[in-house]
Design a protein. Structure first.
Length: 695
């Protein structure tokens, strides 16, 4: 993973540099001494530009936290990093443009407030007085200029620096280590309202000490400044930073892909108990709208960040954003989940088989429930009002926060959730359920895997979850034009009482010659509540047009896959992963052995092949590719339909290629999975060497 690898490299340099400095000073010294030593090195003869007060102001953990009323709910705003990094388009025009759009597009009204500048806003050198200098090309009117503009719109301005000698950018802008008091003063004088304080080039100085020093410096300015700790979760800030900052990053950097977002979500979810008003877990900024995920995935990203009470910092350039992006980030019902004043982070109730139920207690006694589907196929995900913590009641009001519709349920909370999707519901035992139509759950039996020109049998089910009956129920099933979809059993029912279902059999036929790939299908139920009010529920589904596997032995890399998910860059055929563009890999190499055929992937990865019940065996050599040195740890798994048929356990670079064979008899789909081995997906380049499918 590129950016993080760069960071880890930087961290390694930092560690050894600190050690050398300590040795040179003949010290097995406390961190503070290392910092003083380094400060002298860093500024050479000009150590006079460092804060004279830094030594006296040596941080005390006992000091009260920053002004109390800030960030009572998770901060909301914008940060340029995810869309621009250090590129030239990060400038005054961008910042002003974002502030304008916050107002014009209703985002300010929706709660977005902070317009934050990330790395690369400064010149690489301080001035003769040790002061920071804004880059005059990017910010011709200085930071004060943009702060005034942003404040003029009733918004707030944020800035960035690092608790180190330089920031994280490879160019290396000045960091605030040893300059805390002066830099904080400068920020306050410019009118800054929010500081993101990063972790690069920290010279091995103790994290608490570095972050407390800046807290005290911010406090000393007398200006209310939200303080965002960004040490990537390395020192478990959730255990010590509640009195230091208002929020703390819990993970490495997010990037704009499904696997990164998912991995970060999974690291942040278990930390729920540490969050609360004025102290938030920060799983990093939003990628919604940057183009690397589907809108379904971005809705999951936004839903899950909200149910985790995460800071909502928009990370796409709104000047180029689509209506869908504005619709996602502007969803006030979802934002209200994030901003609920009780300040609880949602907790995981279950996650079996990638079917996640997360519930968040809300101030009004209701619960927000996320039914999140991590898998690549639609899944039925269910819980109950009791399980999410609601009291016993005859019925419950259930609000779908993406569809903006209200229903009633007798207690079961369930939906079939599309691949990578999230159904976000707010459920209340407030006695208002009776005015809503009943909720129904739509489901599909059988995999929508279709060979062109051949009729495929599928069964739909409409189940009434409501306390009241569902009447005049009808199911419809539609697909792309030219597809034939026919009901072969009744598709209507006069009335469904609580818990009853209408099942309908269908045949689905894609025209002969339809190209292999994914196609949209839509299952819909229309019905009436007992009072006659119309209601409907829609389930978007994905059909895969597939080609029967060839008889005999086939090299897997010569077969077309049905779907491929990869941690970094695309899955590569017959080369290693390479991380970025397609075709950037090297020869597949495990423990010095080179393989001509196979797949080069990066955890977390899943590549699916259609086997149509006609194959018996998958056999491969597997291992961590040599190209990334000694860091990767992964496990290889072969799945036959929903079952794990074989796995390796954790492998590292120390392991030579290992044989992995699975019996896949009868399976419709075989899935080749690589997980991160439980330690995050850093440098996890994994090779399926010479895999063969026997049918
Ligand atoms: C680190 C941070 C990122 C970003 C960059 C800027 O990687 O974690 O969020 O601020 O530095 O260089």
């Amino acid at each position: 993973m590129r950016h993080i690898s760069a960071l880890t490299t930087r961290r390694r340099v930092v560690g050894s540099l600190a050690a050398v400095l300590l040795c040179a000073a003949g010290l097995a010294a406390p961190a503070a001494t290392a910092r003083d030593t380094d400060g002298a090195r860093e500024t050479g003869g000009a150590s006079d530009t460092r804060d004279r007060s830094a030594a006296e102001a040596r941080p005390s953990a006992a000091k009260a936290k920053l002004p109390g009323d800030l960030a009572r709910t998770p901060p909301m705003g914008f940060n340029n990093w995810n869309s621009t990094h250090c590129r030239a388009e990060f400038d005054e025009a961008m910042v002003k443009g974002i502030a304008d759009l916050f107002v014009e597009k209703g985002l300010k009204d929706a709660g977005y407030q902070y317009v934050n500048l990330d790395d690369c806003w400064a010149l690489p050198q301080r001035d003769a007085n040790g002061k920071l200098v804004p880059d005059p090309k990017r910010f011709p009117n200085g930071i004060k200029g943009v702060a005034d503009y942003v404040h003029g719109k009733g918004l707030k301005l944020g800035i960035y620096t690092s608790a180190g000698t330089k920031t994280c950018s490879d160019i290396g802008f000045p960091g605030a280590l040893g300059h805390e008091v002066s830099d904080a003063r400068q920020f306050a004088d410019w009118g800054v309202d929010y500081l993101k304080y990063d972790n690069c080039n920290n010279q091995g100085v103790d994290a608490k000490q570095r972050y407390i020093a800046m807290r005290d410096a911010l406090k000393a300015t007398g200006r209310p400044i939200v303080y965002s700790i960004c040490e990537w979760g390395e020192n478990k800030p959730w255990e010590w930073a509640a009195d230091v900052g208002h929020l703390w990053r819990t993970t490495g950097d997010i990037s704009d892909n499904w696997s990164s977002m998912l991995s970060i979500m999974k690291q942040n979810l278990p930390l729920a108990e540490h969050a609360g008003p004025g102290r938030w877990n920060d799983p990093d900024m939003l990628e919604v709208g940057n183009g690397g995920m589907t809108d379904t995935e971005y809705r999951t990203h936004f839903s899950m960040w909200s149910i985790m009470a995460s800071p909502l910092l928009i990370g796409s350039d709104l000047r180029k954003a689509t209506p869908e992006t504005f619709e996602i980030i502007g969803n006030k019902e979802v934002i209200a989940v994030d901003q609920d004043p009780l300040g609880k982070q949602g907790k995981v109730l279950s996650s079996d088989g990638g079917r996640w139920v997360v519930a968040k207690e809300m101030q009004d006694g209701s619960r927000t429930v996320a039914l999140f589907n991590e898998t690549g196929t639609a899944q039925s995900i269910a819980t109950t009002a009791g399980a999410v913590g609601l009291p016993d009641a005859d019925g419950y009001a259930l609000r779908d926060l993406w569809q903006h519709k209200s229903y009633n349920t007798a207690g079961r909370i369930a939906a079939t959730v599309p691949a990578h999707g999230t159904v976000l519901l707010r459920v209340a035992a407030d006695g208002t359920w009776g005015k809503n139509p009943p909720a129904v759950e739509l489901g599909l039996g059988g995999d929508p895997l279709v060979e062109a020109g051949q009729a495929k049998k599928l069964t739909s089910r409409v189940t009434n979850l409501g306390r009241t009956s569902a009447q005049q129920v009808s199911a419809t099933f539609s697909g792309p034009s030219g597809w034939r979809i026919r009901a072969t059993s009744p598709s209507t029912a006069g009335s469904l009482r609580t818990g009853a279902s209408l099942s309908t059999s269908w045949t689905v036929t894609a025209p002969r010659g339809t190209a292999p790939g994914a196609y949209d299908l839509t299952l819909k139920a229309a019905y009436r509540s007992p009072g006659g009010a119309r209601a409907a529920r829609v389930l978007p589904l994905t059909a895969h047009v597939v080609v029967a596997p060839p008889a005999g032995d086939s090299a897997v890399s010569d077969l077309p896959w049905m779907s491929a998910v990869n941690g970094w860059g695309p899955v590569e055929k017959d080369t290693s992963n390479g991380e970025e563009a397609a075709g950037d890999g090297k020869p597949l190499t495990i423990g010095g052995a080179v393989f001509a055929k196979g797949l080069g992937v990066h955890a977390a990865s899943a590549v699916e092949y259609y086997t149509g019940g006609a194959c018996e065996k998958v056999a491969a050599q597997v291992g961590v590719d040599d190209e990334k040195g000694a860091k990767g740890t992964v496990t290889f798994e072969i799945w036959a339909d929903g079952k794990k048929a074989a796995s390796t356990g954790v492998l590292t670079n120390a392991d030579t290629a290992r044989g992995l064979t699975a019996d896949v008899s009868g399976a419709q789909v075989v899935r080749l999975v690589v997980t991160d081995g439980g330690d995050g997906r850093d440098s996890d380049h994994a090779d399926w060497a010479g895999p063969v499918l026997s049918c």
